[in-house]
Design a protein around this ligand. Structure first.
Ligand code: GDP
Length: 534
């Protein structure tokens, strides 16, 4: 699938230096803290703590954000870009809560690598595993950061074993921890033969880094007490015997992960991880479309929308479509071809998400994420090109697993409800179905928490209290097949039919038996649980 071999195309230097990645983790493993430190060492923020402080300032403006805070979840994904040495990093944030896995899935279509953060005391947790499976579907290369080594953690071999066993992934240690918990000293960098010491006095500073001629270099003795040094030498020897050495090709193919041991809060191991991304994570990779593969080196600009976010600024009812540029050199003011609409679109005020503030982008390259403010013209999955009718593959829309009817608390305001629901459907926050019989809407989501978030957002953003109620349906399936058969089917099953917000027919039921029966009685039709967005 992926071609990382010697016949891979030569990328222009601006594209070759880009690294576009996401962080995946179980809640509480330290993703936010690590993000702050990446930005700190990327020079994007002056002092760690700003990501959160900024978040809090925003929260005071919007009660919706309070919900995020109360539940300890982050609902909205954003992108941040910054320079690191010779490289340009695009960090795409993924929502952490499992109810938002669909959003996460789409976010992962926009990156070329992922950092997996695990808590050294907890190992591979449920959400880590789920997110990892999504990465595996795309063979995404993964770098692992084992965090919180300043606390009592598990034995190093045990952690590595667990990753190998539970994720079926080869693990190559890039560093080896020295001591643990209160005795944690730092780590030995196995790739560059350096001793990295943790600075306990200043959490935002890197500790000392000492180049050595291997573990037998006597200079190490000045820094590591005899007992810990003996254990380190023994463990590293064992690790070199038992564990595979880092193999870049296997990493790029998604079969092997390098692991660093660190402590994000103490800024320890972060720089090594960033160097690992710069040295090993791939430059912008080709993307598949229905007709052909698009290479990042191609001169003409292409990109696709992987996320739409509304009301980023509560003062303006704007929406921002997040676009992953797949090829070319984008310049502000360019007229791009909006493939689905079949129309040109002038992109005059694209936003580049620099870590501190949103900024107007004058130009951007393949691999970058730009935000395009719009009034609803751009939807998830849309392609932008310089004229070619491309459709990017693999941006799915999942069948919701929970369906509920929604009612406006004030029936006079039903129109506002229509508008609010349409917006959220276009944002990808929920599926919206209009039943063929009766009035009102049915809303479908993947996890029940999404109903709370929707109710809260509709109330805050539209001033409209709403109620969600049970319906007689529990499953929704999209229908495809010859048009005359679809028409006949819709006519015969009106009580079960609805249309989604694109106007496509959807069959709703509460029984698997119904679905089986339809498949038997209507062999020309296909019922499916996912719909590729276009
Ligand atoms: P997220 O939910 O994955 O974004 O995790 P956070 O970054 O919010 O971290 C969860 C908790 O773990 C917070 O209280 C952090 O201060 C703490 N934490 C993060 N990194 C470390 C670390 O290296 N050592 C210790 N002891 N605590 C940490």
């Amino acid at each position: 699938m992926r071609d990382h071999g010697s016949n891979a195309p030569v990328l222009p230097p601006e594209i070759a230096r880009r690294r576009t990645f996401a962080i995946i983790s179980h809640p509480d493993a330290g993703k936010t803290t690590l993000t702050e430190k990446l930005l700190l060492f990327g020079g994007a923020i002056q002092m760690a703590g700003q990501v959160r402080a900024k978040g809090e300032a925003r929260r005071t403006r919007s009660d919706f954000m309070k919900l995020e805070q109360e539940r300890g979840i982050s609902v909205s994904a954003s992108a941040m870009s910054f320079e690191y040495g010779k490289n340009w990093f695009n960090l795409v944030d993924t929502p952490g809560h499992e109810d938002f896995s669909e959003d996460t899935y789409r976010t992962l279509t926009a990156v070329d690598a992922a950092i997996m953060v695990i808590d050294g005391a907890k190992g591979v947790e449920s959400q880590t595993k789920k997110l990892f499976e999504v990465c595996r579907l795309r063979d995404l290369p993964i770098l692992t950061f084992c965090n919180k080594m300043d606390r009592e953690s598990r034995d190093t071999f045990e952690i590595i074993d667990e990753i190998q066993e539970s994720l079926a992934l080869d693990v190559a240690p890039a560093s080896w921890p020295i001591g643990m918990g209160r005795d944690f000293l730092g780590a030995y960098d196995l790739i560059h033969d350096r001793l990295e010491l943790m600075d306990r006095a200043d959490r935002n500073k890197r500790g000392q880094s000492i180049a050595l001629d291997g573990l037998d270099d006597p200079r190490i003795e000045a820094h590591v007490p005899t007992e810990l040094l003996g254990k380190l030498r023994e463990e590293v020897e064992m690790a070199r015997e038992l564990l595979p050495a880092f193999d870049k090709q296997s990493f790029l193919e998604g079969h092997m992960t390098p692991i660093w041991f660190g402590s994000a809060i103490n800024s320890f191991g972060v720089k090594e991880l960033m160097d690992g991304i710069a040295e090993n994570a791939p430059a912008p990779q080709p993307r598949l479309t229905a007709s052909r593969q698009v290479g990042a080196e191609e001169k003409r600009v292409t990109g696709f929308v992987f996320k739409v976010q509304a009301n980023m600024d509560p003062k303006h009812r704007d929406r921002v479509a997040f676009v992953r540029l797949c090829s070319g050199h984008f310049m502000r003011g360019m007229k791009l071809h909006h493939v689905r609409a079949g129309k040109p679109m002038a992109v005059s005020n694209p936003v580049l998400f620099l870590a501190s503030e949103r900024e107007i982008a004058e130009d951007a390259w393949a691999g970058d994420i730009i935000g395009i403010p719009n009034h609803g013209q751009l939807r998830i999955g849309d392609a932008l090109t310089e004229g070619e009718d491309l459709r990017f593959s693999g941006i799915p829309s999942f069948a919701p697993e929970l369906l509920q009817a929604v009612r406006a608390g004030d029936p006079m305001k039903a129109k506002h409800l229509d508008k609010a629901l349409t917006q959220f459907a276009e944002e990808g926050a929920a599926k919206l179905f209009k039943p063929a019989i009766g009035s009102g809407w049915i809303v479908g989501v993947v996890g029940s928490l999404q109903f709370d978030v929707l109710a809260s957002r509709i109330e805050i953003e539209y001033g409209l209290p709403v109620r969600f109620e049970q319906t007689q349906f529990t499953s929704a399936r999209w229908i495809s097949g010859p048009q005359d058969k679809i028409d006949a089917f819709v006519k015969a099953n009106r009580g079960h039919m609805a249309t989604d917000h694109d106007g496509d027919p959807v069959y709703m039921t509460r029984l698997q038996w119904d679905i089986d029966r339809v498949e038997r009685d209507w062999p020309e039709l296909r019922l499916s649980a996912t719909k590729e967005t276009h």
